[in-house]
Design a binder for this molecule. Structure first.
Ligand code: CIR
Length: 255
């Protein structure tokens, strides 16, 4: 169960966020409205949400998930692989210190890089994507920290997608939303898989919170597949974040 979340409002500079999407520039006013609706959905799942003010220095700073990994036993402060995002971490550290004691905060050190979008938690075990943003050194440091705190991790090489959770979302009870390059990957064969077709790939990034699942608006097949498993689904529109490669999990830290 999660009790809290941290989010950061998007800044106007988000229209210059890193993107591969080719969907045009985000509409900032609409992005703000969608952010407010996202916070409401988190609250509907029972979370107390800390809403941080926008930081105009960093176009991608609303994607707080990449700056930290919050586990039940410790917090990891990351070192984002995207050069324009490294500075986002500094302003997150004092916030995370409000919730974790000094000896329960670990740091990824250069040359290690890691972004939280590459981390998928399955109970006490963490899958870590090796991507353009997260390198083996960073993943190795995280696995070391996990083991120190009685947990475990393993690396998963990525080939075509941005982050691990672009193509996988664990929604508890052994259920895994899965698409693209992961469909045939034996690492994930032990899960009950909900395969998402290429057309709907964006909706693979779903977010389980306390028995409910947030799903990107506009993907009825994904929504139904999750409802058929017995979950309540909350649809949340992230169209403006999609334009800069962002999706549901990226917009918050849950713990
Ligand atoms: C980036 O490329 O870093 C941002 N435009 C999108 C980050 C999405 N974050 C995530 O999936 N965890």
């Amino acid at each position: 169960m999660f009790t809290r979340a941290i989010v950061k409002k998007p800044c106007q500079a988000m229209i210059h966020g890193i993107t591969t999407a080719n969907l045009g520039k985000p509409d900032y006013q609409l992005a703000l409205q969608q952010h407010a609706a996202y916070v409401q959905a988190l609250e509907q799942c029972g979370l107390k949400v800390t809403v941080l003010e926008a930081d105009e220095s960093y176009p991608d700073s609303c994607f707080v998930e990449d700056t930290a990994v919050l586990t039940p036993k410790f917090a990891l402060i990351t070192n984002p692989g995207a050069p324009s995002r490294k500075g986002e971490v500094a302003s997150m550290i004092p916030i995370i210190k409000q919730f974790y004691s000094k000896d329960a905060i670990e740091y990824i050190q250069a040359p290690g890089t890691l972004e939280g979008g590459d981390v998928m938690m399955v109970g006490d075990h963490f899958y870590i994507g090796i991507s353009d943003r997260t390198n083996q050194e960073g993943a190795g440091q995280f696995i070391h920290a996990l083991e120190k705190h009685g947990m475990s991790g393993e690396m998963v090489p990525l080939h075509t997608i941005l982050h691990l959770k672009t193509g996988l979302s664990y929604i508890e009870n052994n259920n895994l939303l899965i698409s693209g390059e992961f469909l045939e990957n034996p690492i994930f064969s032990k899960f009950h898989q909900i395969p998402i077709t290429a057309d709907d790939a964006y909706s693979t990034n779903g977010l389980w919170i306390n028995g409910k699942v947030l799903v990107a608006a506009g993907y009825p097949k994904t929504k139904k597949a999750i409802e058929d498993l017995g979950y309540e689904v909350l649809e949340v529109d992230t169209s403006e974040y999609r334009k800069i490669d962002g999706s549901l999990t990226c917009l918050s830290l849950r713990f």
